[in-house]
Design a binder for this molecule. Sequence first.
Ligand code: GLA
Length: 609
Amino acid sequence: MEGLEPAGRWTANERGDAALPPMGWNTWNAFFYDIDEEKVLASAQIMLDSGLAEAGYRYVNLDEGWWSHRRQPDGRMIVNTERFPSAATADGATSFKPFTNHIHAMGLKTGIYTDIGRNTCGQAYGPDDANLPQGSIREREVGLYGHIEQDVALFFEEWGFDYIKVDGCGIRAFGEDSEGVEAGRYRALEPLIDMASIARTDIAQVKSLFTDVAEALAASNRDDDYIFSVCLWGAANVRAWAKEVGNVSRTSNDITPDWTRMLTNFDTTVSRALYAQPHSWNDPDMLFVGQGEFDADHMREARSHFALWAIVNAPLLIGYDLREATDEQLALLGNREIIALNQDPAGHQAVPVYNSEDVQILVKTLANGEKGVAIFNRGLAPIDAVLTAEHLKMNAEKAIVLRDLWNGDMMSFTGEAEMSVEPRETLVFRASGERALTGGIYLSEMPGDVNVAEDGIEYPAGDPTIHRSVIPWTGTRGSGEIPTYAGWGGAQADRTPFGLPLRLDGEVVSSGIGILANSRLEVRNGGHKRFAATVGVDDSASLAGDPVVFSVYIDGELVGQTEPVTLAGGPVPLAADIEGARIVELVARSETSRPFDLPVVWGEARLLR
Ligand code: GLA
């Protein structure tokens, strides 16, 4: 397999200005299609006045609703000047430059929205009163399709935007038999994405279109000061490739201001810690703090939503009309302690260390050696949760100090601590203590430095562990939606690809990477001298005889390898000298014809000083 050859370098995206998860504000959750300049500037001003900008919120992003039409025949995009009066020009060409100048003069940055196809989500799914493009069929083709370089140059070079969100409805919802095409409103574009069928989705072609955007963005932004947001809602196996292309990538369909929908979106990101790194973050969609079940009467829910997004390194994009915000809501969005978890420079997404339908415990390695901890009660009954030293990978004999990030309270425990968590509450702490592993770090503690270059999945499948909610746009019609976003069976920190504890030869392995055979990991070394692990086929494998060879490469060169390892034969140690290496690559190869049955373990995989 080609993808198993050592690359000798980090292959995930490093372009763009997203060393940390982006923070800002976006029109969509606040105003839906009904956007205008006054509304946008009002929230931007409140970002400044309330201290949110100082707390890190920088981007003021337009979502759908800014366009008038695509001028014919030259294809220039024209701004809706009734909505954005400052864009009017004497010759009718329109320009967002006055708008972006205004935002930049406020010390903020600004983003624009488009679609990878010819037409948009609003044109496919919007209500009749949606603020949609006007004109002839061609004029209403406002998406990037056939205009990638032209539009990207216009948005970034001429208009001065700093961020772009590229949606995908145009390559999903405009087939011959779609309503809009049949009614003669739009030209047909053979769908590349079938949300219900990964087999009928042209993954390579989707990736290629988004790669073209990435190239255009790089060409139009020589200073690298841009963010590319990929909005494919977890479809098209985007998990496997968006990290090579964009800076943030949506993991699920749209969030709504409902508790259970928030859970759905959260679940699509929480199991993907190894698929997010600096410059390529998982995006469970924008914040809904302020509305519905996260409104001023539901501050506990709002705090949970915000803290969960923060600890999984989601982009923090406020989706609320800030003119409506209470002081308490502004204080939540501006909570420096929670923001600091999200913006921690090490860039490690939290890892779920305890999982159940009712409670989850998430732990995030921080740059200063502390651990961020969230104890999340998903349900409707209070729960007594126990946090252990093992969850934190800390020494169970020594005192561990917890600082409560909501109220500053300090507490100390040895071994384990019990705490009660109210329904829908999330306790959030910083923990400090002696590390269980002294002199090194487990790979599962540093997901931001691990790139899953190949995860061994040949047949992408939906993840059945994602919370299934009533989706407001269909209600309870039909039989209920099981999310089909491909991703089941991917690499996991401290778990098998299918969510089980790692187990080698009957023993649970508490630290390690679980992945399928025929996979390759790229690991940033960060100055360590030695790699060590116990490797083997996980006990959950269904075939005992299939051999796997585990190899270690540094900067492309083989430095360690096992004999063929089987489940029956048991695990073996594997160590290698990695001094001076930039990138360590871990490859598990199997000749078996059924690799999807072959979960393997990089047990206690660690880098040592
Ligand atoms: C899609 C996206 C949303 C939003 C709308 C706009 O549904 O997922 O985030 O941009 O389109 O129509």
